[in-house]
Design a protein around this ligand. Sequence first.
Ligand code: 4AD
Ligand code: MG
Length: 494
Amino acid sequence: SYLPIQQLLKTTPGPHVTVTVKGWVRNKRESKNALFITLNDGSTINNIQAVAERGPAEAGQLSDDVLKLVTTGACVAVTGTLVESQGAGQAVEVKINNIHVYGPADPDKYPLQPKRHSLEFLREIAHLRPRTNTFSAILRVRHALAFAVHKYFNDNGFYYLNTPIITASDAEGAGEMFRVTTLDPVNPPRTEDGKVDYSQDFFGRETNLTVSGQLEGELGALALGKIYTFGPTFRAENSNTTRHLAEFWMIEPEMAFYELPENMALAEDFVKTVIRYALQHCPDDLAFLDNRLKEEEKMKKKEEQSELGLLEKLQFVISNEFERLTYTEAIDILIQSKPAKKGQFQYEVKWGVDLQSEHERYLVEKHFKKPVILTNYPREIKAFYMKQDDAPAVGARGEVFGPTVRAMDVLFPGIGEIIGGSQREDDLDKLTARMAEVGVEADAIWWYLDTRRFGSAPHAGFGLGFERLVQFVTGMGNIRDVIPFPRAPKQAEF
Ligand code: 4AD
Ligand code: MG
């Protein structure tokens, strides 16, 4: 019978247990009397070993012509008896009766040799890197997390809402959009006053790829109660960092009748539950990635080495309550921190500035030593749709700062911001006044405003960057290594 290696490794061996394995050769070793092949089929981080004894009995089937083609990278089907393994490390192996080569791989040209390749090199051959241990482990963990996301929301009474990819709105009001048009980009038709004539475009208007499904998600929440989106989002921000992609997957729950405290509680329970799911369902892959990270840490300077291993860090996050404090309280901590006093922050901290990842990571990794939820940010640095607080922020020494909104950012070790969310402004007048101040056209999102005109309700939601979650769970330093086909500035090969 044909079984994935994951199941084969759990099968009881015996002289009459004939099996077939189909997969890719990781390594081939030859001795005088035998030939050893390690195979992997992507179903598990573990390989299976197949052994051919050399001798006249097998000579007919395992001809040298066939064996010549069994090289690292070749795709083969091996049939034989499942026997107890002679060597250490695994319980069973296959005693080969027959090998069929589906597709050979020229050993002189195949880029993946049985050795450790750098992540930079593997990024250049992103089409083949899923065949490595590291990337197949990451992709299986990514799958488990995606499944856990759907399971969590389904178990908790949320409906999966598919929001549009092509849209006319800029949900974040940040102008970082990829345009979508059927007009000739070089010579577009123009109206008499010289402007591009979008009435001739496919949709008859200017459209772009979505930066967030939130605004449409709110429409869903104000009809179905609790919804979530889980889809690709696009940002044309030119940030060449280890935490930004031009195309990333976002999970955005939106809940009617939730205010900020319930929103925070949901975010905390949600991330902990999906991390717990990965720990339960991917023990081998996470143990492998933990080990990979330990090897990587050894190459670093002593003072830069992380105190906790990957598995310890995941355990730590799921077993500790996240720290909750306001932006104003966080600024106070940061101003009084050692790095601020010694001038070690690259960006200045004072009330009103947007926090940089160096500040976020100081709070999480050095000050609280656990995940942190910051709330009530200054209104001026957050999006137009966030619910405005009734009174301005007051500092620890009675200083009165500017107006704030009911925003929340969840900050994680090594990552910084992993979730951004808020309670939404449900008052039509306050919302339209704020839109006018920041230049969001009411005509463009009249449908959004209709929810505040007809049966408005308190509601809240948040967005989790899926790749930042996968980064955290796999311990990978660069976000381009946790998505199969990364899209970033100057990177769109396939
Ligand atoms: O903070 P952001 O921009 O918030 C929103 O888009 C809201 N509409 C979410 C909501 O309230 N429904 O993005 C949310 C999260 C960030 O916390 C981050 O994890 C991730 O999305 N993110 C990115 N991930 C990868 N690459 C990028 N360029 C990202 N930009 C944001
Ligand atoms: Mg944000």
